[in-house]
Design a protein around this ligand. Structure first.
Ligand SMILES: Cc1cc2nc3c(=O)[nH]c(=O)nc-3n(C[C@H](O)[C@H](O)[C@H](O)COP(=O)(O)O)c2cc1C
Length: 129
C-alpha cells in the first residue's frame, strides 16, 4: 500500500495529508527522519526558503538518503503560499531538482478538496506501477 510522508512546521501540511483517509501518513521531523520505507510513497513538503531555514530541506534530504527511500519516492507535493511569488513551493522544487524526482502538484496551506483528490489519485497511480 502506498504511503504519504510529510514534514510540517506549523501544522498546515499535517492537516492537509490527514484529509486523505485511505492512506497512512508518516511525519518526519528534524529529530526523526531516519525512517526506512518499504513501500512506494509521495513526499509532501511545506516551503521554507532553504537559505534561511535549511533544517526543513536538510531533514527531507536526510530522509530521502536513508536506505532505499529515494528509489521508493515516486514524487513530491509542494505546499506553500503564492504570496511568496517565485519562491512558491521552493522546498519541493529544490528537492525535486536535487534528487531528480517529479514535482507532482503544488498547493497552498491545508489544500482544497481538489488538492486532496489529487493526492489520492497520485497514490492510486503509484500502486499500479
Ligand atoms: C517563516 C516562513 C517562511 C515561508 N516561506 C515560504 C516560501 O519561501 N515559499 C512558500 O511557498 N511558502 C512559504 N511559507 C508558507 C508556508 O510554506 C505555508 O504556510 C505552509 O502551508 C506551511 O506548512 P506547515 O504548517 O506544514 O509548516 C513560509 C511560511 C513561514 C511561516
Amino acid at each position: 500500500m502506498a504511503k504519504i510522508v510529510y514534514y510540517s512546521q506549523t501544522g498546515q501540511t499535517r492537516k492537509y495529508v490527514h484529509k486523505v483517509k485511505q492512506y497512512q501518513a508518516i511525519e518526519i521531523t528534524p529529530s526523526n527522519f531516519e525512517i526506512e520505507m518499504n513501500e512506494p510513497f509521495i513526499l509532501v513538503m511545506p516551503s521554507y526558503e532553504p537559505n534561511i531555514h535549511p533544517i526543513v530541506t536538510d531533514t527531507a534530504a536526510e530522509f530521502l538518503e536513508t536506505k532505499c527511500n529515494l528509489t521508493l519516492c515516486k514524487g513530491l507535493f509542494g505546499v506553500g503560499n503564492r504570496n511568496f511569488a517565485n519562491l512558491f513551493c521552493i522546498t519541493a522544487k529544490v528537492l525535486a531538482k536535487e534528487y531528480n524526482l517529479p514535482l507532482l502538484h503544488q498547493l497552498e496551506f491545508q489544500g482544497t478538496a481538489s488538492d486532496v483528490t489529487k493526492l489520492e489519485e497520485e497514490l492510486k497511480l503509484i500502486e499500479q506501477i
